[in-house]
Design a protein around this ligand. Sequence first.
Ligand code: 6LW
Length: 497
Amino acid sequence: MRLVPNPVLPGCHPDPSVCRVGEDYYLVTSTFAFHPGIPVHHSRDLVTWDLVGHVLAGESWLPLDGSAVADGVWAPTIRHHEGVFYVVFTIARDKRGAATYLTTTTDPRGPWSVPVPLEADGIDPSLFFDRDGRAWFTAARDATADGATGPGEIWLRELDLPTRTLVGPEHVLWHGALTGQWVEAPHLYERDGRYHLVGAEGGTERNHAVTGATADHVTGPYRTDPRSPLLTHRHLGADEPVQNVGHADLVETPDGETWALVLGVRPVRGHHTLGREVLLVPAGWDEGGPVLAPGAGRVRGVEPGLPVTTDRPADWLSLRGPLAADVAGDVVTLPPRPVPLSGRGVPAFLARRQDMHAFEFGAALDTGRIDEHDAGVVAFQDENTFLAARLVRRAGGVVARVAGRLNGEDVAGPEVPVAGEVTLDVRSDGETYAFRCASDAGEHLLATFPHTVLSTETAGGFTGVLLGLVAEAPASAGPVVFRGVRYGVPEQVSEGA
Ligand code: 6LW
């Protein structure tokens, strides 16, 4: 088996699901309260993935106003059957599944159909097309009345394709192999007449694990695969560069090789800021069922400390809905909105995923156009945890300062008077976030924070850091123009590397 470089899709792209049509692979991932929702990545080799569209965009967009960043769109599954692509996904509220939807297309680049609700409770919906043409829907739901341990039960019903409704009796398939806690991410596969249910359990943190069960009939009974966990890193210790491995989807190449896409994180000093990323793992089959990472028993191909440098074009995201922003090369024009980043509306905030540990992200603003605005560059984890280098006009003129929130507490740094064109940036070496401003008057370090404060371990939630531009002001104020918007490896790192 060849050693693949991992992650194959860096930055916040959790809950990977993949399907193949001929030589083409299509991958979908969760987007929470980000807009547009559910990126579709395409690959021919499972290693290089290019963004080709979004499932929830334009007509198929679902408004997420009022949603916490960690809620919104969870865990899509993509499947292909007789010329049609199907995606099922959950809209979460208060970290619980609130609604399940199905959307279809004949071209995964879009447009996708307006999502139709399915009468299904729980999270992590999935589809399975059996050899006889019948379609089966599975999902994970709470097994206890108080839901205290998260989903603990995988259930199945038939999906009637013409009416797009769930029909026939419900079958409870499985309650997990290990702890019964956070039994989720079910995907069904058939091989040589046997049915294999692959799931995840233990929660999407350090105890995450891929587990499985098998059956002779799609409706069960399912017997726990005694080889479970099929893949986990929870026993490898804190120095293992990849942690939290789970949530697998399997795909077969045209040559009959099997591979798994899983999620995992790359912590630095025990804290990860990049979110859950997509990792590629060799797989195979033996008489018991699927074998993940045969021989190695772990996800490989991650070089600690080595930046997965990326020149992939930005997948620009807003929060909870579309924005009237204009992106022309490295110039971004943002009409302001009076919506704070700490709220649950649609702020004038345009961002991209942080997808490498050491980076530099910045832009130049004209202080002459800062009026009622509070505008700048942001490292954003969620509405309760973000830091920004921002310009604001005071009685004596425009000042730059860091302002934000850490776990819901406002933070603000010292104010530095600035004039003319000002460059604001945020830099990281992987262990700190430093915010700076530079103008003709000189360069100032506004504030430095340890990376831990923006990490998922500290902030909670399910996302990674986004790097973005914000323009908060009454809508009547003029647009903010960000020039020379740049994201890349910081000079000192690329020189030394
Ligand atoms: C996803 C589920 C999970 O639906 O996190 O805890 C949810 N694990 O599989 C959001 O990514």
